[in-house]
Each structure stands twice: as C-alpha cells, then as structure tokens.
Design a protein around this ligand. Sequence first.
Ligand code: URP
Ligand code: ZN
Ligand code: ZN
Ligand code: ZN
Length: 467
Amino acid sequence: MSSRTVIRGGLVITASDEIHADVLIEDGRVAALAATGTPAAEAFTAENVIDASGKYVIPGGVDGHTHMEMPFGGTYAADTFETGTRAAAWGGTTTVVDFAIQSVGHSLREGLDAWHAKAEGNCAIDYGFHMIVSDVNQETLKEMDLLVEEGVTSFKQFMAYPGVFYSDDGQILRAMQRAAENGGLIMMHAENGIAIDVLVEQALARGETDPRFHGEVRKALLEAEATHRAIRLAQVAGAPLYVVHVSATEAVAELTRARDEGLPVFGETCPQYLFLSTDNLAEPDFEGAKYVCSTPLRPKEHQAALWRGLRTNDLQVVSTDHCPFCFSGQKELGRGDFSRIPNGMPGVENRMDLLHQAVVDGHIGRRRWIEIACATPARMFGLYPKKGTIAPGADADIVVYDPHTEQVISAETHHMNVDYSAYEGRRITGRVETVLSRGEPVVTEREYTGRKGHGAYTPRATCQYLT
Ligand code: URP
Ligand code: ZN
Ligand code: ZN
Ligand code: ZN
C-alpha cells in the first residue's frame, strides 16, 4: 500500500534554490515538486496534507559528527543512540554519522560491531558510522578496505590524546596512503597532543587547575601546527583530508593556504566555536567545565575567521561534535584538575537553530545554511542525494521550519540527556515545527511522534564532494 503526503505552500530551500513549491511524498521519498498554486501542484493528492504556508521547507539536517555513548575519561557520553537521535530530530536533524571506535589491540571490526549493537533498533532517525582508527597496523590497514566496501567510508585519526586514540605521523601516513587507494576519507583531530601533554603537566605543577587552563594549554598554534602537518602528510600520501572541529584562526589559515594551492582539504567547524568563547571556559565555580571540549573554545576574536571561512568555503561543514557529559557527576570528575574533565559538549539539538540565527544575524545566507548543515555533509560523507536535499528520488527527510517564532534555549526544555545547555538563555528566532524521516512524522507540530527503531543504518558511498 502506498502512502502519500503533500507539504503545501512553504518556501522550499535547498543549497541551490529557493522556490515556493508543494512537495509530494510517496513511500518515504520525494516524488515531485511543483510551484505552489499551479495546476501541477493542485494535482498532487495525498491522504496527509501538511500546511507550510509562511514556513520554510528544508532538508533534514545531516550531522556528520556525533558521539553517542562515547567512552571517555572513565565515563560515557550521556546521550544514548535512543535519547541522542530523538533530540537530534527535535532539532531538525534527520541523519547523524557517529564514530565507532577501535580500541588499541582490537580490530576495526570489533569496534564497528560494538557500535552497531548500541545503535540498532534504538534510533529515531537514520544513522551511519565513521571509524576511529586508534591502532594502525597491517591488519587494520586491510580492514579499512573492507569497511569502505561496506559503507564505512571515513576514518578519524587523532594527533591528540597520547595513550588513548593518538596516532604518530607514520601511522597517519600509512592510513592516508591506504585511503588514497581505497577511496576512504581521513578525518583528522588536529592538535599536537604530545606538546599539549607537556603544557598540561607544567600548568598543573603551577597549581593551574581551573577549567580555563584547558583552553590555555591547548594552544591555537598547536592546532595550526597539527593542521599544517596533517595537510602535508595527506599531500604526500595523495589523499584528501577533512579536518574536524576547526576552532583557531591560524588553523583556518592553513586550510585556506592548502586550498589555494589546489589541495583537496576540507574543514569542519561547530556551533560552540562560532557562538561561545574562552569567556565561557572562565565562568566561576567550576561552571567553565561545561565548555571543556577539544579543540578548545577560543577567544572571541577567532569567531570572525570561522564565519569568514564558512562564507568563502574555506570551511565547508558545521557539525556538532555532540559529546555530552552531565555537569553533575561527569564534568565534576575534573574538579581540581582540568585535565580530568571529560572532553565534549552537547549540541545535536541546537545546530539547525543556531545556524538559522546566523542567517538572521547576517553571517550567512539561507541557502548557505542548508549547504553547510545538510547538503555538503551529505556529499562529503557519501549520502547525497538520498540525504541533504529535497529533490525527486531523495529520502523524504524534511523539516517544516518556522522562521519567525522566537524560542529561548534551555536545559529545562531541551531533549538531550544532559543536565545543562551550553546555550542556556540564548534567544533564537526560528523553530522546528514538523520533521519527517523517510516520510514518517517524527515531530508533528512540536509533538514527538517518532519511535525508537525507525532510524535505519545507512551505508555510505565514498566522498562525493570532489566528483
Ligand atoms: O571534546 C571533544 N571534541 N570530544 C569528543 C571527541 C573528539 O575529539 O571529537
Ligand atoms: Zn579484540
Ligand atoms: Zn576530535
Ligand atoms: Zn568528536
């Protein structure tokens, strides 16, 4: 039995177009679009009609960087796949690509199987996986080929966190060489972790234990240095490179220079770097711990370079790096020693709204909003045009967005499983109203109508951004 829905009268916005159009959905996919009021649109008939007059009709967000239930610093990120994907849907995101983790001494396969087990049957929206490679050896390199074939087409490596996820330059080069052959995309956490560990030790020895010192030891120059090194290693390997969570002006400059040279390097930033700063890290009474993540928040002056990078396409993607730890009981593990504060911040529910606010504030245009939050992450991670756009044949992952209603972000009202909001009290113009995932209503006029298990694992093609 076929099921049909029509979304009438909204302004359909994709990365490339804005048109007043009705959208016909059949069996979970976009069947057709037609200009509102035309005979073609009037001919759309469906049992479900969604009135989107005065609203935007946008592709569901694609968040290419989340960490549900991630083990870190002796605890676990507080959102499960169930709670985290539900919160994502509330915020207008309909696909997440999360990170499966290989632990040292184990295979990629074991890590991937473990993450499938966590996610399967629990997600409200569709999901895929990247693979964190913590242990590069002959076996892992072979496994990378197999993973690419089955739809895990990107691999994160860390130049930070020695003794945990860290890879040295030789391991990085080998993985990049493999990726150059098998079509995989290396995603780099670019911070010089060896140098940072020295600075951490010295800071603690001086009695500098507050959260703000997390920002001071993880220097912008050490992000820029690692970004530079990652770019050159990728160049030597002949591989494309995607640098995650870029926060420093100096790191953006490295990406800009490499792109001007014609290298296939890409950069992602996150809302926390665009909207928050070291002022937050310096909040008294240990409140700064709420904002501890790596790369760290930077002084406010860095924000301009990030916005400029997003406008000039030196940065291509905004993901959340959603990795929430409760203030109570989790962030508190680092009282008296900032290096023990679990790294990560909540945000999967806030990204689409914060970026809409950036449209309202004039940092980016509407189509660029959709490009950096939906279309480009889908293309970067091999999900396009199934995800990231509204076009015939695409999955009907669609958000009806009210661009006029104001909301105030708060932990009191958010749906993430974490006891604080990094954006508490912030006013946003705009609000998600209805969310469809493959045509099924997940949020209906601000009521949750989704279900755990609707979200399906989505294997991915290789990076489509260069083709
Ligand atoms: O602080 C962060 N970003 N936590 C999550 C892990 C990572 O490095 O992305
Ligand atoms: Zn094992
Ligand atoms: Zn990272
Ligand atoms: Zn991350």
